[in-house]
Design a protein around this ligand. Structure first.
Ligand SMILES: C[S@@+](CC[C@H](N)C(=O)[O-])C[C@H]1O[C@@H](n2cnc3c(N)ncnc32)[C@H](O)[C@@H]1O
Length: 222
């Protein structure tokens, strides 16, 4: 019978079989745990999914909203060519500092720029500095602002940009229209904005695994 233990075992099997030992990523997770960061990074198979999606999109310039300790940042930066660039936004200076160390440990500091501050403050600066359009955007920060992050992802996009939003299922909470959970409300607002936006073709996929029952929204800009 399916349960969370099976989900974790299957994730471990996929990670062992298709990913294998990866010292930089393992050291990043160990450093995050040692620093007391919450274990809310993507799982290894999910990180590889983000990596593969960015490669499939041929991404050279990527934007991440929500860095934590840089685990997904490392996966995403590795998908970019040597002259590629990843800008990742993090509100917590402490998280950003740990992420900087982890990114440097993975040898990716030349490709990755970590900008500290609330994303709704740092995103307009990216536009003012004309750093877009980005080829790939990964949204994984505070869920309450997801609709605004989607809007910014669009402003900083071009036709063909891929947008991925994490944690959009919330153990099924996404279908609770009357929910007062601010994260559920934020995710539902994001889906409503996604559905209304004629430039986006989108879907969402539920996932189970070491991180429980959740999912990703995937969209491409036309
Ligand atoms: C789920 S974690 C990111 C996990 C990371 N993407 C990974 O998979 O390794 C969410 C991060 O977003 C950050 N965050 C929360 N609110 C934010 C905001 N307003 N602007 C930027 N970052 C924010 C949190 O501090 C946290 O580090």
């Amino acid at each position: 019978m399916a349960n969370k233990r099976n989900w974790s075992e299957v994730d471990s099997y996929f990670a062992r079989t298709l990913i294998g030992s990866d010292p930089a990523l393992e050291e990043a997770l160990a450093a995050n745990a040692a620093a007391g960061l919450p274990s809310i990074d993507v799982s290894a198979p999910q990180g590889k999914l983000i990596h593969l999606l960015a490669r499939m999109a041929g991404a050279r310039k990527a934007l991440e909203i929500g860095t934590l300790g840089g685990y997904s940042t490392i996966w995403l930066a590795r998908a970019l060519p040597d002259d590629g660039r990843l800008i990742t936004l993090e509100v917590s200076p402490r998280h950003a500092e740990i992420a900087r160390r982890n990114v440097a440990g993975a040898g990716l500091e030349s490709k990755v720029e970590i900008r500290t501050g609330a994303a709704l403050t740092t995103l307009p600066k990216l536009e003012a500095e004309r750093l877009g359009p980005f080829d790939f955007v990964f949204v994984d920060a505070d869920k309450t602002n997801n609709a605004a992050y989607l809007e910014w992802a669009l402003r900083l996009s071009r036709p063909g940009t891929v947008i991925v939003v994490d944690n959009v299922v919330r153990e099924g909470g996404v279908v609770e229209a009357a929910s007062r959970d601010p994260d559920v409300v934020g995710v539902r607002r994001m889906f409503e904005a996604m559905a209304r936006e004629p430039r986006l073709s989108a879907t969402a996929i539920q996932t189970v695994g070491a991180k429980g029952w959740d999912g990703f929204a995937l969209a491409v800009v036309s």
